[in-house]
Write a protein that binds this ligand. Structure first.
Ligand code: PLP
Length: 348
């Protein structure tokens, strides 16, 4: 019943790819101000960054409208997704999430001893919140919601999600992964972060890997109630994993709003270009609220990946809801042209 990812047998030499569209990276990053900051503090790499980490957290608190005590930092949000899973599921239990969704937290929860209660997305690709609420039982330790969702790129209505989180978090903590929310024009308005200030038992995850273009520099954070973060930080440390240089890059990135706007605009233009290419080929796709697009393909996923790699194009392929799918990340316009030419040939 669960969705499956296809893996190509021949791993491409990633440097040889003409279009690297397989990891939802921002092709324009890091921001110019972040690169400058990295260079300026490279010589401080002999020091632990205790004080500097708090400077970054204060800056994030200001941006998010929360208090510093509501923030836990990590080297990428993956690290925090995994740590939450390890701490919450140490004594078993289950996690409720959509299927398909982003698997990082769920995989670790399962490995730690939890079971996964997978709830299919609705026909419009939004979360089936009613079914998710009904799936919660005595053993449920966490509900995980990725919004917008990966790998589908789809979004769930803000008001409905707010109501859901508000109500459900009375029973069980709700984790909302907002990695891609910044690509929306009104992302801040669609965030669940206000619930943290209302004292709700929610955990919001964010990353510097996407709109800020810092995937390789590894900075992410979660926003939650202080007692939730204490529980996790009694056992694990988050900010300890972040490089001194990356902390400065993150602080500079927050200030570089011109870069964020540029990323958002170019991402939207790349999406429009891919939509029109797919329209011309007669392919349907899931409308995207993110930096990637997914569409069904009539070909074995592994074969498809290999044929795309022959054309030096890296994408991802999945199997769910009885179909095979290609997920393509938004790269530069040049990369999207290369992608478009490649699928025209491969899927012909
Ligand atoms: N959450 C989602 C939905 C993602 O797609 C990703 C990465 O692609 C992550 C979290 C983790 O990103 P990072 O560890 O770079 O913050």
């Amino acid at each position: 019943p669960f969705f499956k990812e296809y893996i190509a047998t021949d791993f491409a030499d990633e440097d040889a790819l003409l279009a690297k569209l397989n990891a939802n990276e921002n092709p324009y990053g890091p921001a110019p101000k972040a690169i400058e900051a990295l260079k300026n503090v490279a010589n401080k790499g002999n020091r632990y960054a205790w004080k500097e980490l708090f400077q970054l957290m204060d800056k994030i608190a200001l941006k998010e409208g929360v208090e510093t005590k509501n923030i836990m930092m990590g080297p990428g949000s993956s690290d925090l997704l995994e740590k939450i899973a390890m701490v919450l599921f140490m004594n078993g239990g289950n996690v409720v999430s959509a299927d398909p969704s982003y698997m990082s937290l769920i995989k670790v929860a399962e490995a730690t001893g939890a079971s996964w209660k997978a709830v299919p997305l609705k026909k419009d690709w939004s979360h089936d919140l009613k079914a998710m609420e009904a799936a919660i039982d005595r053993d449920t330790k966490l509900v995980y919601i990725c919004n917008p969702n990966n790998p589908t790129g789809s979004i769930t209505d803000t008001k409905e999600l707010l109501d859901f989180c508000s109500r459900v978090s009375e029973k069980v903590p709700v984790f909302v992964d907002e990695a891609y929310l910044d690509f929306l024009e009104d992302g801040a308005k669609q965030s669940m972060v206000s619930l943290v200030n209302e004292g709700k038992d929610v955990i919001i995850a964010r990353t510097f890997s996407k709109i800020y273009g810092m995937a390789g520099l590894r900075v992410g954070y979660i926003l939650a109630q202080e007692n939730t973060l204490e529980k996790i930080q009694q056992i694990t440390r988050g900010g300890m994993g972040i490089a001194y240089t990356s902390i400065y890059a993150a602080m500079a990135s927050i200030d570089d709003t011109a870069f964020q706007d540029m990323s958002r605009i170019k991402n939207a233009a790349a999406r429009e270009y891919v939509y029109s290419s797919l329209d011309k080929l007669g392919y349907e796709y899931v409308p995207s609220s993110t930096s990637f697009i997914i569409f069904p393909i009539e070909m074995d996923g592994k074969l498809f990946l290999e044929k795309m790699l022959e054309k030096k194009v890296g994408v991802r392929a999945f199997d769910f809801m009885g179909k095979n799918w290609c997920r393509v990340s938004m790269g530069t316009m040049e990369e999207m042209r290369i992608f478009s030419a490649a699928i025209t040939d491969v899927l012909a």
